[in-house]
Design a protein around this ligand. Structure first.
Ligand SMILES: C[S@@+](CC[C@H](N)C(=O)[O-])C[C@H]1O[C@@H](n2cnc3c(N)ncnc32)[C@H](O)[C@@H]1O
Length: 280
């Protein structure tokens, strides 16, 4: 193709660009980790491990925030890791050396311990039995420094445990290198939920204006765990305390307020997101 006919950068966007722009918010996760770690230990968080790191967007955000920050990313998908290396980590300059990526299962013991390990976007739901999930939580425990924190997110609510499909239109988003993404629609499809087993099959689809559709860009064959189940398994894995943080409600906008606070109880809305924090 001659340079004149080269497609604009936005047209070369792929499923990972759309995923990053619609699903992840590494800045918000990183800010929460800093605050919760300081509150628990009185120290600054410097070594953050991202389990199921995918494109390592959170690792990149973490080392951008402070020159002494280090990130450890763990994921077993070579294709996703190499996309992240090319499109995200390569933009870090000198700070690239502050990120170590392991193409590995999250169950593997690593020599380098972290002060905080995170598992975001519900990735641990791939473990479908209590026995399997406990093995993972024990591995996370072992890979933490003494008094380290393990932070996972969780989705729940009355609308989570059913078949459903929700669209969200996204405009003005950018790729990691700052070039514009075309407006697109993100679709979260809960294709099947089995109340007996908790098996939960979900897909993400993207529709780009004027045509292109990426159907089943990502598929998740999960078990939808509940908060009490996960709390019990954290304690069985050895964590001393388990806390739950959820957002409050903003009456003006009739939506969540984006502020995660520690709670002992909250209303079971249609959908909610929580951080669960275990202390070693
Ligand atoms: C839902 S994506 C999460 C990506 C990213 N962390 C985020 O927050 O959006 C799940 C990721 O987990 C990875 N994965 C699945 N099973 C794994 C395992 N046993 N060990 C390490 N990574 C795994 C997949 O390759 C995929 O990149």
């Amino acid at each position: 193709m001659s340079p004149k006919l080269k497609k604009p950068a936005s047209a070369q966007a792929d499923k990972f660009d759309f995923y990053l722009a619609s699903v992840q918010c590494p800045e918000a996760d990183a800010e929460f980790f800093e605050e919760v770690y300081r509150a628990h230990t009185g120290r600054e968080l410097r070594v953050m491990r991202e389990d199921f790191c995918g494109t390592a967007a959170l690792c990149a955000e973490w080392v951008r925030r402070h020159e002494d920050n280090q990130a450890i990313g763990v994921d077993l998908c070579a294709e996703t890791l190499s996309w992240g290396e090319k499109h995200i980590l390569s933009l870090l300059g000198d700070r690239r050396q502050n990120v170590v990526i392991h193409e590995e299962t999250v169950l593997a013991p690593l020599e380098q311990k972290s002060q905080l390990t995170s598992a975001q976007n519900f990735s641990y739901n791939i473990f479908k039995t209590p026995e399997e999930l406990l093995v993972y939580f024990k591995a996370a425990y072992q890979n933490l420094e003494e008094d380290g924190l393990f932070v996972i997110d969780m989705m729940g609510g009355t609308d989570a445990m059913c078949e459903d499909s929700q669209d969200r239109k996204i405009t003005g988003a950018k790729k990691p290198d700052g070039t514009a993404l075309p407006p697109f629609t993100y679709t979260w499809e809960q294709a099947a939920y089995n109340p007996i087993t908790g098996d939960f099959l979900c897909h993400i689809h993207f529709t780009v204006k004027r045509g292109t559709k990426i159907q089943k860009a990502f598929t998740y064959d999960w078990r939808l765990w509940t908060l009490p189940e996960v709390r019990d398994l954290f304690l069985q894995a050895g964590f001393q305390t388990v806390e739950v943080y959820t957002e409050g409600w903003d009456e003006d906008s009739d939506d969540t307020d984006g502020l995660f606070e520690k709670r002992e109880e909250f209303e079971n809305e249609g959908t909610w997101i929580a951080y669960i924090v275990g202390k070693k």
